[in-house]
Write a protein that binds this ligand. Structure first.
Ligand SMILES: Cc1cc2nc3c(=O)[nH]c(=O)nc-3n(C[C@H](O)[C@H](O)[C@H](O)COP(=O)(O)O)c2cc1C
Ligand code: SF4
Ligand code: SF4
Length: 253
């Protein structure tokens, strides 16, 4: 079983690509929390986790999921983790090991197009395609390693460990929802609420309303709005938008 979390499609793309090559099944962690799929379906020989790095660590939902004793109790014989990142996973692998209570047998990072539009302009166009093609070949190699049950651990360097220690505490206060807003470009399609993995958006009188104080900050609402109507304060104005479907890859789940 491969458990994944994804805001803009990279990690889902990676999980599905590995599943195709290894013959495994993928489950969206957000769907488990929404009650749309049964939590854990028995012990499997292989358990995989695929998710993006956030602030040098784990998205809150992933941390919560892998820390759950039920999940730990169902871990299969071989455990792997693929961490997608925009450039530097820092010490996210070590943070996963800590939350999971054991080191995976294989843990690797894959550079994919950067999506954090709140912090900087995300990858778009040719640049994003070129990053994706390199990711494709890395993912194929990792699938072979997983099929061969190889042991391979990404180890963070000392500067990466220091960066994670400094950056990750910022995630908690920064994942506030107070600065999200929908502009008049909103066409009331409701996709932002449907795409939110955290149930943080409700459509009220045709417009999104953020109903939680904090969310995952996955950027799905901003990056996947078809009208580019969602802003985070003024930080996301005049910045492009990224999601893997825009590159003609993956489907709009
Ligand atoms: C809140 C947030 C924090 C991020 N922090 C990092 C980071 O510390 N290092 C990095 O390389 N990429 C970082 N990124 C970029 C994502 O990890 C990367 O684009 C990932 O592939 C997105 O996956 P997804 O499309 O499955 O959501 C961050 C993105 C977000 C939304
Ligand atoms: S996805 Fe965009 S256009 Fe659709 S309801 Fe949300 S803000 Fe409005
Ligand atoms: S509100 Fe937006 S950024 Fe926050 S979890 Fe939902 S989709 Fe992601």
């Amino acid at each position: 079983m491969i458990y994944y979390f994804s805001g803009t499609g990279n990690s889902r793309y990676a999980a599905e690509k590995i599943a195709r090559q290894t013959g495994d099944r993928c489950v969206d962690i957000a769907d488990i929390y929404k009650g749309e799929v049964r939590s854990v379906v028995g012990k499997s020989d292989v358990t995989g986790f695929v998710f993006p790095v956030y602030y040098g660590g784990l998205p809150e939902m992933v941390r919560r999921f892998v820390s759950n004793p039920e999940i730990k109790g169902h871990l299969g014989g071989y455990v792997f983790a693929i961490i997608t990142c925009g450039g530097n996973p820092q010490a996210a692998g070590e943070k996963l090991t800590k939350a999971l209570g054991r080191e995976p047998d294989l843990c690797a990072s894959v550079k994919m197009p950067d999506n954090y539009v709140i912090a900087y302009a995300p990858a778009t166009g040719r640049e994003a395609i070129s990053v994706l093609r390199k990711a494709d070949s890395k993912l194929s190699g990792l699938s072979d390693r997983i099929l061969n049950r190889e042991t391979y651990i990404l180890r963070a360097t000392l500067p990466q460990k220091i960066a994670s220690t400094l950056m990750y505490p910022l995630y908690e206060p920064f994942r506030t929802t107070v600065f999200f807003k929908a502009t008049d470009k909103c066409v009331s399609c409701g996709r932002c609420a449907a795409n939110c993995p955290d149930g943080a958006i409700k459509i009220v009188r045709g417009r999104p309303k953020w109903v939680k104080n904090r969310c995952q900050h996955c950027t799905a609402c901003i990056n996947r709005c078809p009208s580019e109507a969602i802003q985070f304060g003024r930080l996301t104005e005049n910045r492009g938008r990224y999601n893997i479907m825009k590159l003609g890859q993956g489907d709009n789940k």
